[in-house]
Design a protein around this ligand. Structure first.
Ligand SMILES: *Cc1c(COP(=O)(O)O)cnc(C)c1O
Length: 378
């Protein structure tokens, strides 16, 4: 061949770094010779899915020879009820990741730029670059910021907007930092963005936030016609493996997104499980309690060990080791505890740990104490 296949790809795609997934647990155990390892690396819900969701999956298993309902009629209707919006405000996605892709594909070209903060979700650069659009990365708050170290700086985000900007991404709370904007700060930021710029507000962890920090989505959608809110069933609803999420927006934007999506982008089992999960308020409430208790325990233990942490409203904590964190990550691995290195986010001194069950959290802390001793002695 005269040219490499990669050189034939679009310029945006050529520059993409492939997403590095964590290794499957079984593979890692085999490599390291450990058993009964625990995975606190992907912000998955340690309670597992709702019993209602599992039942729904079982009930629909023998119907997977049929295509799913392409419009997701029942789930759309239920989501509209839950969020107090009209059904035509909803776009279903194969995970909220799918919605992020749909919105960029519908609105960004190589002539456009998109704004997001430093240390923000890894998917934003991927979807922006894939289209050859320019990324204007806003500087985050500095590490010694009094309240929100490494958090989104609204002023810097507004300054990063230029004439070519067609989209702004805001993750609240943000992953991997866990940091957030107060509702009034967030409203001020969104209000200050011109209404011909699409604002993507990623609320993957909204249900985990303290109640007074959550926003009234219907109210915000009324006020901001350029707003797209993304939600997911991967986190508190514990259905990450099924891939289902959604966008909430005004009907015009939803119409655009629905034109771009694959006709059957959400699968039959995912639709059924998501629908059932929305009915299980106990599961959501229990998940919040387990997360808050776990966070309190972990913060206490980590601070007792003299470690610094970022504040978080998610189901994960970013720990600052104030030195290269990779050796600690590897020492944890050898003890069968899998967490997430975030060097790819330009945070080489940090590890991100998902809040697990009580038992998992204790095991993590014990392994971390050993890992710190081992890596400090070295
Ligand atoms: C986990 C996560 C998502 C959810 O992705 P899905 O595709 O819905 O699984 C979205 N945004 C952020 C910031 C996340 O951390």
């Amino acid at each position: 061949m005269s040219k490499s296949i990669l050189s034939l790809a679009t310029p945006g795609v050529q520059k993409l770094q492939p997403y590095l997934p964590g290794k499957p647990v079984e593979e890692l155990e085999r490599e390291l010779g450990v058993t009964h390892s625990i995975k606190l690396a992907s912000n998955e819900n340690p309670l597992g899915p709702s019993a209602l969701a599992i039942k729904a999956i079982e009930q629909h298993a023998d119907a997977v020879n049929f295509y799913p309902d392409g419009g997701g009629f029942k789930l759309t209707k239920r989501l509209a009820q839950v969020h107090h919006v009209d059904e035509d405000c909803i776009t279903l996605g194969n995970g909220s990741n799918d919605i992020l892709e749909l919105v960029t594909r519908a609105f960004l070209t190589p002539q456009h730029s998109a704004v997001y903060s430093q240390y923000s979700f890894a998917v934003y650069p991927i979807v922006v670059q894939a289209l050859g659009a320019k990324a204007n990365v806003a500087e985050a708050f500095p590490q010694d910021h009094a309240t929100m170290p490494l958090g989104h700086d609204p002023q810097a985000m507004l300054s990063a907007i230029d004439d070519a900007t067609r989209m702004v991404f805001i993750a609240n709370p943000n992953n991997p930092t866990g940091t957030w904007l107060q509702p009034d700060e967030l409203r001020k930021l969104v209000s200050a963005i011109a209404d011909d710029i699409i604002v993507v507000l990623d609320l993957a962890y909204h249900e985990y936030m303290d109640e007074e920090l959550r926003i009234d989505m219907a109210d915000w959608l009324q006020q901001f016609p350029n707003l797209l809110i993304t939600g997911t069933f991967s986190k508190i609803h514990a259905l990450a493996g099924l891939r289902i999420g959604y966008g909430l927006s005004n009907p015009e934007m939803a119409d655009v997104l629905n034109r771009v999506r694959q006709p059957f982008n959400t699968n039959l089992l995912a639709q059924a499980a998501a629908l059932a999960s929305l009915d299980d308020e106990h599961h959501v409430r229990d998940s919040v309690v387990v997360n808050n208790d776990g966070k309190a325990y972990l913060f206490q233990q980590l601070h007792d060990m003299g470690l610094k942490t970022l504040p978080t409203m998610g189901n994960f904590i970013a720990i600052n080791f104030e030195r290269e964190a990779m050796p600690v990550y590897e020492a944890l691995l050898r003890r069968g505890v899998i967490v997430r290195p975030v060097a790819n986010y330009a945070m080489p001194d940090y590890l991100r740990v998902t809040v697990g069950s009580e038992q998992q959290n204790q095991r993590f802390i014990e392994a971390l104490q050993q890992a710190l001793r081992e890596t400090q002695a070295a």
